[in-house]
Write a protein that binds this ligand. Structure first.
Ligand code: FAD
Length: 404
């Protein structure tokens, strides 16, 4: 593995870093101010639409998609340092049309969508005109085991009828959200991983009801995490993605890149927190010395640097494997980094909060909100324990005695 970023990656990195300095960081405060002034936590601030125009003009758009026509033709290893830069600010990914769950939905439509599905939904998503949601998790069943999901998708002539309930459907409250990819069961018998299907459901379909917004540690995220009820929701049969029974396979395909993108962004958030920790530590004085002179604080700073580097290297290895041998053969590394990166970022943020004293848990330094967001990554896209289970199974497999 070559640690030198490709020329293409270096060129994007330079442009993206300049864009962050010139447009993204200075817009962060205004973004929050505009939401607050609107009185609606899901309001789309005008500054975000301005940033999207600028990002597109700057060619910093859809960088996650390796497709040469619609994306930036970057490999996973090329995209990793860019996603890390995006992760330094909570508004950068949307500004560059690189935010979850749209990225995963675009990848699914790109890979499995029909021409009609692509022109109706993928095109406006790629153009940043609409946003989308993905509904798999359900309140009534332990959804970290996706075979548990219950929502029914029944064929009725030229339509499918959906009944059930989802929650944690991220983005569903974003004012631009128009489409959901919903995973449910088309069959209740047969092989356990062939009972699920995925289907496109426009948000304004009769029978779709947003029940409520779920808060994250008391925060209403701008994109919203909705509980959604589906009651006799009818959509054309042509809205099915791939075939009946392909839902699990599509879920696996979407989660590989999505998981690693989260990890790359988490490392960016950790890197920014470490910078904030150092800046604060050198500027605050107690008992006659800057806090930075204390041994325990230097220990936190050094450990943070070591842990970030380790997480970054494992992320790069996972990305490189995805590029060279494919997502399937990178499963262990993808699972490993999905556990490691959020935990490292949380440790660094916790130290940065401590060094900031009371300010650290306030709204003034973005540390508290970043901590709340990153803590959810130990659950979203599969809890730590489920990823560890899959790693342990592969480690144990060669050691399990064969029968007979
Ligand atoms: C902010 C946020 C955004 C999200 N966005 C989306 C979204 O857009 N779309 C969507 O469909 N879902 C989304 N989710 C849901 C998320 O993917 C699920 O919460 C997650 O998969 C876990 O499912 P569950 O909540 O049903 O937990 P459960 O399945 O009930 O599991 C509870 C806990 O049990 C433990 N556990 C489970 N299995 C094992 C095991 N084998 N061994 C040991 N321990 C185990 C784990 O600690 C786990 O956290 C989001 C969640 C959050 C917090």
């Amino acid at each position: 593995m070559d640690f030198e970023p490709s020329q293409r990656c270096s060129e994007f990195k330079e442009r993206l870093s300049a864009f962050m300095d010139e447009h993204i960081y200075p817009a962060e405060a205004l973004y929050h101010q505009q939401i607050e002034e609107s009185g609606d936590p899901h309001h789309q601030p005008a500054i975000m639409e301005e940033l999207k125009i600028r990002a597109r003009e700057a060619g910093l758009w859809n960088m996650f998609l390796p497709d040469p026509d619609d994306g930036a033709e970057l490999s996973n290893a090329d995209y990793a340092p860019l996603a890390e830069i995006l992760g330094r600010s909570h508004i950068a990914s949307e500004a560059c049309n690189c935010s979850a769950p749209d990225t995963g939905n675009m990848e699914v439509l790109h890979q499995f969508g029909t021409d009609e599905q692509k022109s109706r939904w993928l095109r406006p998503l790629l153009d940043g005109e609409i946003r989308s949601a993905f509904g798999m998790t359900e309140p009534d069943v332990a959804s970290s085991d996706a075979t548990n999901i219950q929502l029914s998708i029944e064929r009725d002539g030229e339509e499918y009828v959906l009944n059930g309930r989802k929650w944690w459907t991220s983005n569903a409250l974003h004012p631009h959200c128009r489409i959901m990819i919903v995973m449910g069961k088309t069959h209740t018998d047969g092989p356990i991983h062939k009972q699920q299907s995925q289907i496109l459901v426009p948000l304004d379909t009769p029978g779709v009801r947003i029940v409520r917004d779920l808060m994250v540690f008391g925060y209403n995220d701008q994109e919203g995490h909705a509980e959604v009820d589906f009651s006799d929701v009818r959509v054309p049969a042509s809205n099915l993605i791939a075939g009946e029974g392909d839902g699990f396979m599509i879920a696996q395909a979407r989660l590989g890149p999505g998981r690693i993108h989260h990890c790359m962004r988490a490392i960016g958030a950790a890197e920014r927190a470490l910078e904030a920790m150092c800046k604060r530590a050198v500027s605050r004085v107690t008992f006659g010395q800057p806090i930075a002179m204390r041994g325990n604080v230097q220990d936190w700073i050094a450990e943070s640097r070591i842990e970030i580097e380790m997480a970054r290297l494992l992320t790069l290895k996972a990305a490189w494997l995805m590029d060279t041998v494919g997502n399937r053969h990178a499963r262990t590394e993808i699972a490993a980094i999905k556990v490691a990166a959020p935990n490292v970022a949380l440790k660094v943020l916790d130290r940065a909060i401590q060094v900031h004293g009371g300010g650290g848990v306030s709204q003034d330094f973005n540390l508290a909100i970043a901590y709340a967001h990153l803590r959810t990554l130990r659950l979203a896209d599969g809890p730590d324990e489920v990823h560890k289970l899959s790693i342990a199974r592969r480690e144990l497999a060669p050691h399990i005695p064969r029968e007979g």
